[in-house]
Write a protein that binds this ligand. Sequence first.
Ligand code: AHR
Length: 348
Amino acid sequence: MKPNQMRTLGVILSAVLLMLTVACGSSGSKKQEPAGESTPASTTETKTEEGDAVSEPKIVLGFAQVGAESGWRTANTKSIQDSAKEAGIELKFSDAQQKQENQIKAIRSFIQQKVDVIAFSPVVESGWDTVLKEAKDAGIPVILTDRSVDTADTSLYQSFIGSDFVEEGRSAGKWLVDTFKDATEQVNIVELEGTTGSAPANDRKAGFNEIIVQNPNLKVIASQTGDFTRAKGKEVMQSFLKAHKDIDVLYAHNDDMALGAIQAIEAAGLVPGKDIIIISVDGVHDGFVAASEGKINFIVECNPLLGPQLMQAVRDIYEGKEVPKRIVTKEGVFTSEDAKRELPNRQY
Ligand code: AHR
């Protein structure tokens, strides 16, 4: 073989060797996913300052929802799912069916999956320290949405985004005090409480009681949980109506229970909104319809559209920015007249 033929062969052999090395190297460094785990995180496309498109791994958010107990919850879930999609955040969603143990299981599974951020709406206020500490030890930040926890260690979560439930209870109480300011006899109130031990049930009750003491004629004669559902609201109202012939006011901690109670009141031959004055909390579409028909007299709004604020907080925390420890949702109050006017503009 001539020297120039030898050189050509050498060049070809080196090129083949280099190709083999690159191929082996790349397959050798590829991250192997353990069996049974999810596929590698998807990516999202962002632009550099110069306008070049770059592909980055998506932020992964694990969200443990309370359940699907009410119209409010349905609107809240949709807001979170839509906003995650819009923000390019990968959402791992779990529905706890109103059970704390399911939420704890979901949070532990998010920790195992090494999500970037965990958010959840705690079904009840107490009993979260252990699992929150596990998330903290794993270096995964936690955001509370809608409902809070009663831990003494506030370093266990980064931020709490949601309504001021005590203020909602106060708003309900203020309207009642004003409506019955001229009452000379006892006004009998029955109360449908939310899920026992939940922040909205505890706080809406506390805020309401704090205000109605201003008028000694206002008396809560019966109070029981309706678990924030329409079916339970109806059932408990039926038993209230059986036990008390002289109910003047119903205070329901949410629209769904008020709507169930309205069925019971009508079945008992009474006129909701007239024979029994009704106050509820939320302001979902069906609640607004009942208010515009005069069946609910006063609604204190509780805004479920927390998705956009949550996604902003997730991104900020992921990027190491400061987020406020408490983000309070703005909301209003509506009489039947307001509801009639506002109904076409309601988003949920
Ligand atoms: O935590 C918010 C409350 O939960 C809403 O008022 C109620 O409808 C829901 O189930």
